[in-house]
Design a protein around this ligand. Structure first.
Ligand SMILES: C[S@@+](CC[C@H](N)C(=O)[O-])C[C@H]1O[C@@H](n2cnc3c(N)ncnc32)[C@H](O)[C@@H]1O
Length: 600
């Protein structure tokens, strides 16, 4: 049954029916404190009067409001139980329990069931309905377990960003504390779309400057802010911290440990199936650490459902932040600067017009319009999903490459390629309506991600979005270089043999293991230019030697039927001695300046 718009058991309803005969605020609150430990169950007399009224009406059905801005994903009881069981197995037995955004209170209930010496519980929650639900559930717990010791419990209806943790922190310095919960799953950029102010007042809390604050790097999870509030207030206390949160939040906390140096150790993450538990398509885990320790900068990774088996250890190895410290420590010598600059594919933001297919010798665009154009500017193009096989020499799609370098004048198209011009010009509105500011004041039909490198006949390419580090070798189609879209990265060559050597080096076990040790596959775009620029091709080439190359070639690439020989291989390696110009790559001299270097 629902009372005050919340779920309530018949046991609790019967309790109130029997005990609310005297409706004096002080007497009722004292009675409830004796029954279940909650201090000031009712804040004022009106609340009691309202409950009495509502209890007279049998059913009270209400619809749920949209709570997107509150990142509201209530934890199922089985998951809060599993979390508490895991903590109990670590011989954690807290005296003070804090649930910073307690929702309907399932963590509080599990804590009451698992930890016998709790003296005080603090639950904080912004939504009054959930405050009631938590209170009623606690009352129900003690009506069912009346013999149990009752801690003093405060369920506080307040915005966490207005809550002063210092008070609790100061009062309980000597006690063993457990901060446990599942903070809101929402980012500041989602909140800005929702026009919500459910944000800390100082929302640029990472002190990001200018461009970083404007781009994705200024985007943060509210959960991260709350976790840092907890660390600021309690990391020097005896106790423990256990939060269900997105993996990206855990990664950021461990990443920032190098500068924040919170007194936390035994940092662990226990992956769980967020789809199954919360019906959310994201990678999430239980973050755990122990307070009041010498600070550490690594995190052990487990599976919550089989928590004894260590999977990986992520974190800092000297000045590099990596996904698998064990493998990385064996392969870190290959973490350098790639001598060839990795490029992102073509960006046009106009797929309806620029993404073409060929049907019966005619091109059709994404609007299903059929047209004729000269072949001069038409190129095969591959998307991430096309990069599944080793060697590729054709494509499903085509595109029009209107420029050979960024900003190039496109007037020539009208004079030289009238049909192409007619097609493009008939769609000028689509080009002009592109939202990105990069197209402002640029020639008509401008594209990005184009340069000499786009026209190299042979390419080695990879998708930025897939959880695979396999590279593809692209051969020209009708003598023309195959293009890639901006979800892909590539390096280009004039000589097929050099592309083949690079393909072999990149798909070699050493490179694959190295990449798997530095890539965080739960990132949105796990493979970035920064990651690829860390592959020291020359060092790996030296390691695998020509014997390794010819073995790979004979096993997997024989159909190419080219001659590879040691002299050529030596020449190729010499060509790798040229370091790229610093203005062509984002040099990651200090890791803080460029978090992407670590793929966060
Ligand atoms: C992901 S839910 C988890 C609830 C609960 N911790 C659990 O594990 O079931 C996040 C909770 O945070 C609450 N919340 C969101 N913003 C809040 C804020 N600014 N202050 C306090 N609570 C907030 C939501 O109402 C929601 O109950």
């Amino acid at each position: 049954m629902k009372v005050l718009e919340v779920n309530i058991t018949t046991k609790v309803i019967d309790f109130f029916k029997q005990n609310l005969k005297n409706n004096d605020l002080i007497i009722v609150n004292q009675l409830l404190k004796n029954f279940c430990g909650i201090l000031e169950f009712f804040d004022n007399q009106n609340e009691i009067n309202e409950l009495i009224q509502v209890l007279k009406i049998e059913q009270n059905i209400v619809s749920e409001p949209d709570r997107a801005e509150y990142g509201d994903f209530q934890t199922p009881k089985n998951l809060t139980d599993l979390t508490c069981k895991l903590l109990k197995n670590k011989v954690i037995n807290p005296q003070i329990v804090i649930e910073p955004t307690c929702g309907k209170g399932s963590f509080i209930l599990s804590a009451l069931e698992h930890f016998p010496v709790i003296e005080k519980i603090f639950g904080i929650e912004i939504y009054p309905k959930y405050v009631w639900e938590t209170k009623f559930s606690i009352l129900n717990h003690f009506l069912t377990n009346s013999q149990k010791e009752k801690p003093e419990i405060q369920i506080i209806n307040i915005n966490i960003f207005d809550f002063e943790f210092q008070e609790i922190s100061k009062q309980h310095k000597e006690k063993e504390i457990l901060v446990i919960g599942n903070p809101p799953w929402v980012t500041n950029s989602t909140l800005s779309v929702l026009n919500s102010d459910n944000l800390p007042k100082k929302s640029n809390f990472k002190n990001l400057k200018g461009l970083d604050a404007m781009t994705g790097k200024g985007n943060f999870d509210i959960a991260e802010y709350i976790a840092l509030m907890i660390l600021n207030n309690f990391s020097k206390h005896n106790g423990h911290f256990a939060f269900l949160q997105k993996n990206s939040v855990t990664k950021n906390i461990v990443f920032d440990q190098l500068k924040n140096k919170y007194s936390i150790a035994n940092i662990e993450k226990y992956n769980f199936d967020a789809k199954k538990e919360f019906n959310v398509a994201t990678d999430a885990s239980l973050f755990y650490c122990q307070f009041n320790q010498k600070y550490t900068t690594t995190c052990n990774e487990y599976n919550l459902y089989e928590p004894t088996q260590l999977k990986y250890q992520l974190g800092w190895f000297k000045n590099k932040f990596v996904a698998n410290l064990t493998t990385y420590s064996e392969l870190h010598e290959f973490d350098g600067i790639c001598p060839i600059v990795w490029r992102q594919g073509i960006k046009h933001d106009c797929s309806k017009i620029m993404e073409l297919e060929k049907v019966n010798g005619h091109y059709i665009n994404q609007n299903n319009e059929q047209f004729e154009i000269e072949n001069d500017l038409v190129y095969c193009i591959l998307k991430s999903s096309d990069l599944k096989t080793g060697i590729i020499s054709q494509s499903r799609k085509y595109t029009i490459v209107t420029q050979t370098k960024i900003g190039e004048n496109t007037d020539y198209i009208e004079k030289k390629l009238p049909k192409t011009y007619q097609y493009l010009n008939s769609k000028i509105e689509n080009f002009n309506n592109r939202k990105s500011s990069i197209y402002i004041n640029k020639p008509n039909f401008s594209i990005f991600g184009v340069g000499d490198y786009s026209f190299k006949k042979y390419k080695v390419a990879i998708s930025g979005f897939y959880k695979s580090t396999n590279f593809s070798l692209l051969l020209p189609n009708n003598e023309k270089a195959i293009q890639l879209d901006d979800t892909c990265y590539f390096i280009g060559f004039d000589k097929l043999a050099y592309a083949v050597y690079t393909y072999i080096i990149l798909n070699h076990k050493i490179t694959q293991d190295f990449l798997n040790s530095i890539i965080f596959f739960d990132s949105k775009r796990p493979i970035t230019k920064d990651i690829l620029m860390r592959i020291d091709l020359l060092k790996i080439a030296d390691k695998i030697q020509f014997t390794g190359v010819s073995e790979f070639y004979n096993n997997e690439l024989k159909q190419l039927d080219i001659s590879i020989n040691e002299q050529d291989w030596i020449e190729f390696k010499k060509s790798l001695n040229n370091k790229p110009k610093t203005n062509e790559i984002n040099l990651f001299s200090t890791i803080y300046e460029n978090k992407n270097a670590c793929n966060i």
